[in-house]
Design a protein around this ligand. Sequence first.
Ligand code: SF4
Length: 268
Amino acid sequence: MDLMNEYQRFLTRGFKPFNPLELAKETEKIVTRQGDEGLERKYTGFYSVPVYKGIATGYAAGCCLRCIYCWSNWSGDFPEKFGKFYSPKQAAQNLFKAAEEGIIYSDYWRRVIRKVKKLRLSGCEPTLGKEHLLSVLEHVGKTKYPFYLETNGILLGSDRDYVRRLSQFSSFIYVRVSFKAATPEGFTQRTGAIGEFYELPFKALKYLLNEGIYARAAAMTDKRVMSKEVTKYKAAKIDELDTNLNRRLGVWKLNPKAPLGPYRALWW
Ligand code: SF4
C-alpha cells in the first residue's frame, strides 16, 4: 500500500466508508513487527493516570476506526510517525514500572492516589497485534495486578478464537468494549467504517461474556453525536444479547465545553 496516498487518515467531507478489518490489517503491518522476543508492537507511552482510581497505562498506537470524536493521540491517523516498538515482555515491564512509580505528572493526583494497583492497555486500539497482546497478558498473569483492556470490539467481534484465547486470562482481566452506534448509518457517520460492521462490538461483548470474561459496554450518549432514539435502540440491542446487560452498560459523556473531534471532524 502507498502509505502517503492510500492509508486511511482522519475523515474529511465526502469520505468513502472503509472496511475496518482491512484497515486493521494495514495498520498491523505498520504497528507490529516480529522481534527476537515475539511480536513487537508500537506504543506512544507508559504512565499512570487517575482514572479507575489509579491505573498504569500503556498507550497503543494505531486504530482500525476513525471516530469523529476520537480523543486518542495522532498515532491513530499517522501510525507510521508515532510510537516506538516494544516486545511483549518490555510492554509488560513498562506497565509494572509505571504502576510502581505511581502518578508522576501531577502532584495533586499523586497526593490523592498514593498507590497504583491496576494495569491497562488503552490509547488507540490495543487488540491490534493479537499475539503481542496475548503474550503481554502471559507476563501480567505472573503478577497480582488486575488488567483492564479497552477496545472498540472490531477485532474481538470478528475473531472468535481471539476471545477464546483471552479467556485463559479471565481470572484477572476486565474488558471494556466501546459501542459506537446501534445502526449501520450511525456507525459510518461516527467511525467512517462501512455500516455493515456496526454489529462487531456487540458480538465482541457477547463472545466475551460467553467465555466467562468480565466485560462491560461503554456507550456515548452526547446529544451532539447520538440521538435519544439511537440511545434507546442501543439499549434494546444490548438487551437482546443478555437481559442483564443493561447493568453492564457504562455511559459516558463528552465534556460539553469540548469541541467535537477538535482535529479530526473536519467535515462535521
Ligand atoms: S476506536 Fe477509539 S481510538 Fe479508534 S478512532 Fe475511535 S475513539 Fe479513536
